[in-house]
Design a protein around this ligand. Sequence first.
Ligand SMILES: Nc1nc2c(c(CN[C@H]3C=C[C@H](O)[C@@H]3O)cn2[C@@H]2O[C@H](COP(=O)(O)O)[C@@H](O)[C@H]2O)c(=O)[nH]1
Length: 303
Amino acid sequence: MKIRKYSTKTWNEHPLHPKTADCKTVDWIFLVDLLNFSFWSDLDVKDKSTPHPDRYAIEYNGVRYTGYWSLCAAINRALDHNIPITTPDYYLKASDEELAAIFKSDTKETIPLLDERIRVMREAAQVLCQKFDGSFINCINQASQSASKLLDIIIENFSSFNDVHDFHGRKVYILKRAQILIADLWACFDGKSFGKFFDIDSITMFADYRVPQALYQLGLLHYSPQLIKKLENREYFPSGSEDEVEIRGNSIWAVELARCAISEIDPTVNINAILIDFYIWDMAKEIQDQMTVPTHCTRSCFY
Ligand SMILES: Nc1nc2c(c(CN[C@H]3C=C[C@H](O)[C@@H]3O)cn2[C@@H]2O[C@H](COP(=O)(O)O)[C@@H](O)[C@H]2O)c(=O)[nH]1
């Protein structure tokens, strides 16, 4: 496995990520991270890099994309057809049919949670147009270059980002999409302009379903035999259930411990949870076929 140096510059190198860092790119990142959830397929029981032929996929520039990349491809496809899909005023007023067409599948399976995606688009567009003059840039400006303040603005105004759960009577703030939204801005704008946050290191890893699987593979997360059996049986974990919150919460802690360990080995290295997460997520995609336990199965708009 090639060792890759991940830096914020790597974010823009992905073929489907925007190559210009401007106002339109902020709208693109907001929409992508508004919809950055639940791509795993009921058809793909093996969830390998060679996906089930019928699982949701988008053909774009001659490449078939599944998962997160299928979302980016669908949005870029619409923009290529001069549909202003990243403009909040557009996805506030477009019909359900017009929005559904954006995610039109190039295979038999439709995008998971399509109705939920349309609902959260409407909800977020309403807030952006009514409270922030139609652009997330005004949320960024209100945060005065504080990542934690922007996090508060996001979860106070956009309920679909409110990834908070009860675990044995305690509130667990996971906030995966709200945090990756801030992280993607920081990475795309290379820590400048709309990506400039003096406290970016306060952002944690993004507890999705892919990185926990990789953390286990790397020996940074331990699963009990009972949990492994449930994962192998593709048992469904309801959003907020004990197993699901445990996997996600411990993933965050595992990355924090990894961050501390790296800093102890080399205090000069400029590392944070975001870069560790991005690196592991990208690597997970490369070693998907070698994974010894499947991802966990939860359907939610949180990740
Ligand atoms: N923790 C974490 N979760 C991430 C990402 C990304 C994409 N980030 C890109 C941008 C910069 C980085 O360099 C990555 O290239 C998507 N996801 C989550 O994964 C799941 C989709 O998985 P699959 O079905 O296999 O595509 C879904 O829950 C989605 O929300 C990440 O980076 N970290």
